[in-house]
Ligand binder design. Structure first.
Ligand SMILES: C[S@@+](CC[C@H](N)C(=O)[O-])C[C@H]1O[C@@H](n2cnc3c(N)ncnc32)[C@H](O)[C@@H]1O
Length: 279
């Protein structure tokens, strides 16, 4: 499917409110000090959505700040691939399927990820925050669930870090295909399964030791009861995809669902949290 690339020439301090406006539609964001770029599948974009965004920009004094470009699937692909250079996150090194591993990363657990059309290359802070938490949390023999698996990176990382098994689910059929290819390519087909769907596609009696979720606030909040019920009593829920400005609302939602935040981390205005069930 084609993707609409929205470029908002707005200083970084103002990005949060536009990310909040677009986060139900966008499959990804890119930020620099002076520009916010959002990627929206063409089927999720409309004249009304464009007018709502343009009106907000006008109200905020950025009347000329919006430009749009249609990216054909092939261009989108190439754009991501050209951006892929090795990324070190804790014990993991993420690099393209054919990239050489630099000698200074000889000690790393190498994850081979080519992005195609999915999110999860390690080039976004939300993925890195989750990978750091996985590196610090997943123990040998764990059962792991990854909701919104994208490239499959978190499920693959968990198993390469010692998990006994991981199940990744994603509502986007392209992500499912992409994740399955990565599972094969990283040699973890015996331990990682990928299914199309959301948290409901995860068996309700799974009792996962770790559940990782890197998606936007609205869907994340609505799936908290289903996530909690799939967590082992001493399990860990890792949440990413949240802005630091959403921290307080998310902490309230966690409390309402008897989940206790433990460790919190931030990067580039994104917030991730490690929680456990209240007993
Ligand atoms: C931000 S990406 C995260 C990808 C990867 N897990 C990572 O950490 O980089 C979010 C993914 O969640 C999927 N997604 C969005 N809403 C979802 C939902 N309600 N249930 C399952 N997957 C969802 C999207 O298709 C996308 O692949």
């Amino acid at each position: 499917m084609d993707t609409v690339e929205l470029t908002l020439s707005v200083p970084a301090l103002g990005h949060d409110r536009y990310i909040g406006l677009l986060d139900d539609r966008a499959t990804g964001f890119r930020q620099t000090d002076a520009v916010l770029v959002a990627y929206v599948p063409v089927d999720d974009w409309s004249a009304d959505a464009r007018e709502a965004l343009a009106a907000r920009l006008r109200n905020d004094g950025y009347g000329d700040a919006l430009s749009l470009r249609l990216l054909a699937p092939r261009n989108w692909n190439a754009e991501w691939e050209s951006a892929v250079s090795p990324v070190r996150v804790g014990p993991f090194l993420l690099c393209g399927t054919d990239a050489n591993v630099p000698p200074e990363h000889d000690d790393a657990t190498v994850l081979r990820i080519d992005p195609a059309q999915s999110f999860g290359t390690g080039h976004h802070a939300t993925t890195r925050l989750c990978l750091q938490l996985i590196g610090a949390t997943v123990a040998s023999g764990d059962t792991v669930v990854d909701v919104g698996t994208g490239t499959g990176v978190l499920a693959i990382a968990a198993c390469r870090h010692g998990a006994r098994s991981a199940l990744g689910v994603d509502t986007d059929v392209r992500a499912v295909e992409n994740a399955r290819a990565h599972v094969r390519h990283n040699g973890v087909s015996d331990r990682v399964a990928i299914r199309k769907g959301s948290v409901e596609a995860v068996p309700s009696d799974v009792a996962a030791d770790v559940i990782a979720v890197n998606i936007t606030m609205r869907p994340l909040r609505s799936m908290l009861p289903a996530l909690r019920s799939r967590l082992a009593p001493d399990g860990t829920l890792l949440l990413s995809g949240l802005l630091t400005s959403q921290r307080s609302a998310m902490r309230t939602a966690l409390d309402n669902h008897n989940l206790i935040p433990d460790t919190e981390t931030t990067e580039d205005g994104w917030w991730a949290v490690h929680c456990r069930p209240r007993t």
